[in-house]
Design a protein around this ligand. Structure first.
Ligand code: SF4
Length: 317
């Protein structure tokens, strides 16, 4: 059996877990290639106009994979950690895809809801494997190996690598004395080189070390998130605000860039809270970049150059 995993949305967070689980059960796993113009166009024409850019990109990847896989793996992500939720669009993703009116292979969509107990994700995977004919023991063993692989991946991100660095086996050259910029966004915006218009590459080429929220320990994020006047229950939003709050308070970076998707409800709230924090601390240059399917290189480069000039001018003064 060949199972397809679209290279989009939380692929950038959980791919090692998903890949290893299915491979341990002996399935062939096929993922779509990095996003390109054709994939984006396919997604834009298949998705409803109101969808955010990452969801449109996801549709493109699913359609690209469709002829090459017997199943598509599209989990219904409800909650990744107790007390939090993922964005509603990710919860409804399998249904949106099934009703997109396109010819797709069957969609396998376990419900992953950490609010249902500490073993909720594991049990969801085991149940899904049972539907495909695998025994519980076999699935439990596959789960353990997959969790260990995911932990190794998370540790590498903690060492300062991006998912792309990890997949390319890049050396850790980013721990030098170069000035650091904090770049905050959802992983599927930031680590998709096509969607982010090569933002990380461009910053590194200008000589900056790029820090992302994924590089901070979960403990630090939780402590910072606890300082918010009201608990934020979106886990990706907590990650962004936690990392932003930490660096605004402690310094250690020369500026902050927040990348948001046009049409993203959670981003509009998180972006506003982050900007307020940045104004309150008032120490660091802050840039908000909004991405949609029409965003072109030119506009982004102009804004980025202006921002970096300001960062450098402040550093020199
Ligand atoms: S959090 Fe925002 S960008 Fe991500 S899927 Fe939800 S609406 Fe789209």
């Amino acid at each position: 059996m060949r199972i397809g995993i679209p290279r989009a949305l939380l692929y950038y967070h959980y791919y090692p877990l998903w890949l290893t689980f299915w491979q341990q059960l002996g399935l062939q796993v096929k993922s779509s290639p990095p996003t390109n113009k054709e994939i984006l166009n396919q997604g834009v024409s298949a998705a409803v106009a109101e969808a955010c850019l990452p969801v449109k990109v996801f549709y493109g990847h699913a359609l690209h994979l469709a002829p090459q896989a017997e199943f598509l793996f599209v989990p219904r992500l409800v909650s990744a950690e107790p007390g939090t939720y993922i964005c509603p669009k990710l919860m409804g993703l399998p249904d949106m895809l099934r009703h997109a009116g396109k010819k797709l292979p069957p969609v396998i969509s376990p419900t992953l809801n950490a609010r249902c107990g500490p073993r909720a994700w594991e049990l969801a995977f085991i149940r899904t494997a049972a539907v495909l004919g695998f025994g519980a023991r076999q699935a439990e063993r596959a789960w353990k190996v997959a969790v260990a692989e995911q932990a190794r991946y998370t540790a590498k991100l903690g060492e300062g690598k991006t998912p792309l660095d990890v997949s390319e086996g890049a050396e850790d050259d980013d721990r030098s004395s170069r000035k650091a910029l904090l770049v905050l966004s959802h992983p599927y915006n930031l680590f998709d080189d096509f969607v982010s218009l090569g933002l990380i590459r461009r910053l590194r080429a200008r000589g900056y070390r790029v820090i992302t929220a994924e590089m901070l320990p979960g403990r630090v994020i939780a402590e910072e998130a606890a300082r918010l006047p009201k608990a934020l229950f979106w886990s990706l939003g907590r990650l962004i605000l936690g990392a932003g709050g930490y660096y605004l308070r402690s310094g250690g970076v020369v500026g902050i860039i927040h990348v948001v998707s046009f049409g993203c409800g959670p981003d509009s709230l998180v972006g506003e809270l982050l900007e307020r924090q940045a104004r309150r601390f008032g120490k660091l240059p802050f840039l908000l970049l909004t991405l949609d399917e029409h965003t072109g290189d030119g506009g982004m480069v102009t804004r980025l150059e202006a921002f970096l000039d300001m960062v450098e001018w402040r550093g020199a003064s």
